[in-house]
Design a protein around this ligand. Structure first.
Ligand code: APR
Length: 387
C-alpha cells in the first residue's frame, strides 16, 4: 500500500509494477488536482537517470529543457555561473512537476497499477506486525480497511504516515531557517535565460524559467505575510527594484497566476521506518526549495525503497529494508547542508545592527569568492546539480 501520488509514490508504484509486485496507490486528491498542481520543475541528472532507467523519462526527455546557468545579482554587480561547464559538467532538466506527475500516472495505469484518487488514508494499524493495514475514506464517503505486506508513506509532512508513528519511534529534526518567500507563478515568458538570484537590502528575489509562457518568481517577505496584500502591480514593482531592472533591463510582466508563502524549513525523520511502514519523499525529509532538491530526493528515496521492497517480496531478502534509512540518510543530510548553505548565501539579515551588517559582509565575501574562484565554483556546481 502506497499512500500519496506525488513524485515519490508514483515512482515507487511504477518501479514495483515493472518488477511485477502488486501495489495500490491511495491519493487524497482528485486526479485532475494532482495533474495540475504546479510545484517544482528542476530535475537533477541523477533523478533523470533513475526515471530513464525505469522507462519513466519519455515525456521529460522529449519536452524538458536543459538548463545549465545561474546568475547572481547584487550590489557587487552580476555574474553568471555556467554550471554545465563546471564540477561534473552536468545540467538540470526543466520539466514542470505536474507534467511529470501526469506522465507517471499514465504509465502506472499502463503497467496495470491500481490507483485510487479521492481516497484519504485516515489511520494505520499493525505496523509492527506482519500484516499492517490502513483505513481509507473513499470519494463517496465509503470507509474501508486495506491490508498488505508493507506500507509506504509517500504522503508528505502532513500525511497519515507521520501521524501513525508511535511516540519515540522516530525523531523528527526540524528547523525553520528564518526566511519566508512569496512564491509566484506569472503568466509571462522568462525574462532571462539563467536562473537568477538577486541579493538586495530589501530582501531576496529569484527568477526561474518554467515554460515558454509561465515563469516562477520569489520574493522574500516577513513570516506570516498575507499574499493577498501583494497586488500584481506591487509584485512587479518590488521584483523590479530587487532585480535591479534599471541596470539590467526590464522583466517581462504578465498576470500573477498564483501567490503563496513558503516558510523555508527542513525536517528529517530518523529513522525513516517503523516496523513495516517506510517513509519516502517529503514525509521522510522536507527540504527548503532554495536549491530545488525536493523532487530529486523524492525520486531517489522511492527508487531505493522500490529495490528493497522488491527484494523482500520476490526473494525473501530483507536486507535492503533493514538498511533503508542508512542508505538514504547521508544523501538527505548532504542535500540539507547544501540547501542551508544556499539560504545563507542568498539572504542577508535586514537592518543596521552590528550583527546584521557583519553577516551581510560575510554574505558578500561568499558571493565574491563564488564569482572569482574556480575551486569554489566547481564545489557549487557539484552540489547544485549533484547529490
Ligand atoms: N491520504 C492519501 N493521500 C494523502 C494523504 C492522506 N492522508 N496525505 C497526503 N496525501 C497525498 C497528497 O495529496 C499528495 O498528493 O500525498 C501526496 C504527497 O505528494 P507530494 O507532496 O508531492 O510529496 P512527494 O511525492 O514526497 O514529493 C515531494 O516534490 O513537489 C516536489 O519539491 C517538492 O519536495 C517536494 C517533492
Amino acid at each position: 500500500m502506497i499512500v500519496g501520488a506525488g513524485p515519490a509514490g508514483l515512482v515507487l508504484g511504477n518501479v514495483l509494477r515493472a518488477a511485477d509486485v502488486g501495489c495500490v496507490i491511495l491519493e487524497r486528491q482528485a486526479r485532475v488536482h494532482v495533474e495540475q498542481r504546479g510545484r517544482a520543475g528542476f530535475l537533477a541528472p541523477a533523478g533523470v537517470r533513475v526515471l530513464d532507467e525505469h522507462g519513466l523519462a519519455g515525456g521529460l526527455l522529449a519536452k524538458g529543457q536543459s538548463h545549465g546557468t545561474c546568475a547572481f545579482r547584487g550590489e557587487h554587480g552580476q555574474f553568471e555561473l555556467n554550471y554545465g561547464e563546471l564540477g561534473q559538467r552536468e545540467v538540470h532538466t526543466v520539466y514542470p512537476q505536474q507534467f511529470l506527475v501526469t506522465d507517471l500516472i499514465a504509465e502506472f495505469l499502463d503497467r496495470g497499477g491500481d490507483i485510487r484518487f479521492g481516497t484519504t488514508v485516515t489511520g494505520m494499524h499493525g505496523l509492527d506486525g506482519d500484516s499492517p493495514s490502513v483505513d481509507c475514506l473513499g470519494p463517496d464517503g465509503d470507509a474501508y480497511r486495506l491490508s498488505g505486506a508493507y506500507v509506504a508513506g509517500c504522503d508528505g509532512q502532513r500525511g497519515a504516515a507521520l501521524r501513525a508513528l508511535p511516540d519515540g519511534a522516530a525523531r523528527s529534526f526540524r528547523r525553520y531557517h528564518g526566511v519566508t518567500w512569496l512564491a509566484l507563478l506569472a503568466q509571462a515568458p522568462p525574462s532571462m535565460e539563467a536562473v537568477t538570484y538577486a541579493v538586495h537590502d530589501r530582501g531576496f528575489a529569484g527568477h526561474m524559467a518554467r515554460t515558454a509562457t509561465v515563469t516562477r518568481f520569489y520574493l522574500q517577505v516577513p513570516r506570516g505575510e498575507d499574499p493577498g496584500e501583494w497586488s500584481d502591480a506591487r509584485i512587479w514593482d518590488e521584483l523590479g527594484t530587487r532585480m535591479r531592472t534599471e541596470e539590467y533591463g526590464p522583466l517581462r510582466e504578465g498576470p500573477i497566476l498564483e501567490r503563496t508563502t513558503v516558510d523555508l524549513s527542513s525536517a528529517v525523520s530518523v529513522p525513516m521506518q517503523y516496523g513495516r511502514l517506510f517513509l519516502a519523499g517529503d514525509s521522510a525529509g522536507l527540504i527548503s526549495p532554495s536549491a530545488a532538491k525536493g523532487a530529486n530526493l523524492a525520486i531517489m528515496t522511492a527508487r531505493t525503497l522500490a529495490a528493497a521492497l522488491t527484494d523482500a517480496l520476490t526473494r525473501d531478502d530483507e536486507r535492503g529494508l533493514v538498511g533503508y534509512s542508512d542508505a538514504c540518510l547521508p544523501r538527505i543530510w548532504h542535500a540539507q547542508e547544501f540547501s542551508h548553505w544556499m539560504i545563507d548565501l542568498l539572504h542577508g539579515p535586514a537592518g543596521d545592527g552590528e550583527d546584521a551588517v557583519f553577516l551581510r559582509r560575510l554574505q558578500r565575501a561568499r558571493l565574491l569568492s563564488l564569482r572569482d574562484r574556480r575551486s569554489h565554483q566547481d564545489h557549487f556546481a557539484e552540489n547544485y546539480v549533484g547529490i
